[in-house]
Design a protein around this ligand. Structure first.
Ligand code: ZN
Length: 379
């Protein structure tokens, strides 16, 4: 008998809401961080405790990311994400639904009191634009610095663990100014920000909403963008499974390539990688390479290229159609400024490559050498 067969109506509704809101990829990856993605499927060693797999041999767990269904063909057991949660945590259907709903911030929507999750929801773009001019860069830097300071004194453990699972060590994260705060510190962080700034300033920065709550509730792993040593912008990621959207940012525009500020200390002629996203950038930094990242929807702005002029820039984008298109476009942008861009293609994205290839650093160097030679000879 399906355990939820006799579940009360309310619980089934909540289950459906969980399913509407969950992001299957991040949900399953939390339990199977080493899973390989193949189209819309994940393939992984099966972590279900009661299956007591040896941890060796073929990955027996197959996950359909579209339907959110898993199947362990070694034990012939499968089901949906709720069942998976039940099996992983040894809890009942009811508890699985409730815990997942809480994680997704769904609980309390129908409750008597609005939850922090709903009070902290960011304002719509229209509401944001209504009355408030954005802050100038001086004020933005002040708010941003203070936010990072306030969060940095909180427990960093969950944030470090999240990054460590992706191969980014704590020292690298610290150097890049990545900062975390746990959800239990949410009210304290909010209070400390209010001690330093008026609500109006915080709203203009996009840190607070019209309910006068900090909007960084689900998204507490902060990636700052430094320009001239000052943080001028930040984007934040959720570390929980199934939260959509996964990113939230303060108001304003991405001011530079991610990590571009650190290039000032780098010798001219050095190799600098151009990658997509924070994780790939930090992965390269953690492995001793210099890298800058493109993040967000804004794309590459021509004015960001000038500071790259004195380096040998190598693009390492995802090995798919979109990555190839982007590489071709960036090459043109570079060429229009009289700059050259070498391109390497790895078998997977940078982070995945470094996690699965023991000699990744060496392989990257070899590919880079070849790509640079090609660029030089095509001059
Ligand atoms: Zn299994």
């Amino acid at each position: 008998m399906r355990p939820e067969g006799g579940a009360p109506e309310k619980l089934r509704e909540l289950r459906d809401e969980v399913k509407r809101n969950i992001d299957y990829r991040s949900f399953y990856l939390r339990y199977c961080p080493e899973a390989r993605q193949n189209g819309a499927r994940l393939q992984s060693l099966c972590p279900i405790p009661s299956h007591a797999h040896s941890g060796k041999g073929h990955p027996s767990l197959s996950i359909d990311l579209q339907q959110g269904l898993f199947n362990c063909f070694s034990r012939e057991e499968g089901g949906d994400a709720i069942t998976f949660y039940e099996l992983m945590h040894g809890v009942s259907f009811a508890r699985a639904v409730k815990e997942l709903a809480r994680e997704l911030g769904l609980e309390g929507r129908r409750g008597r009191r609005p939850s922090l999750a709903s009070a902290s929801a960011p304002d719509s773009a229209e509401a944001e634009a209504e009355n408030f001019a954005p802050l100038d860069s001086e004020q933005t830097a002040e708010v941003c610095s203070r936010f990072l300071e306030v969060c940095r004194v909180e427990e960093q453990l969950e944030g470090s663990a999240y990054l460590a699972r992706r191969g980014v060590n704590a020292a690298t994260a610290r150097r890049a100014g990545v900062t975390y705060f746990p959800r239990r510190a949410y009210r304290r962080v909010m209070r400390r920000m209010l001690e330093g700034f008026s609500v109006e300033t915080l709203r203009r920065a996009g840190l607070f909403n019209r309910k006068e709550h900090l909007t960084f509730y689900h998204h507490r792993l902060l990636f700052p963008f430094f320009v001239g040593g000052r943080p001028l912008y930040l984007q934040a990621r959720t570390t929980a499974a199934g939260v959509e959207p996964r990113w939230h940012n303060m108001r304003g525009h991405v001011p530079a390539l991610y990590n571009a500020d650190s290039l000032q200390a780098l010798a001219s002629g050095s190799v600098v990688y151009l990658v997509e996203g924070f994780t790939d950038t930090l992965t390269l930094l953690a492995n001793g390479f210099a890298a800058v990242g493109l993040v967000g929807a804004g794309g590459l702005k021509p004015e960001w290229l000038a500071p790259l002029g004195r380096f040998r820039v190598v693009a390492a984008l995802d090995p798919d159609a979109a990555g190839r298109r982007a590489a071709a476009r960036y090459r043109e942008l570079f060429a229009a400024r009289g700059l050259r861009l070498a391109v390497v293609e790895l078998p997977s994205d940078v982070n995945d490559f470094f996690r699965h290839h023991p000699a990744a650093g060496l392989e990257l160097e070899l590919l880079t050498e070849k790509a640079l030679e090609e660029v030089d000879s095509s001059q």
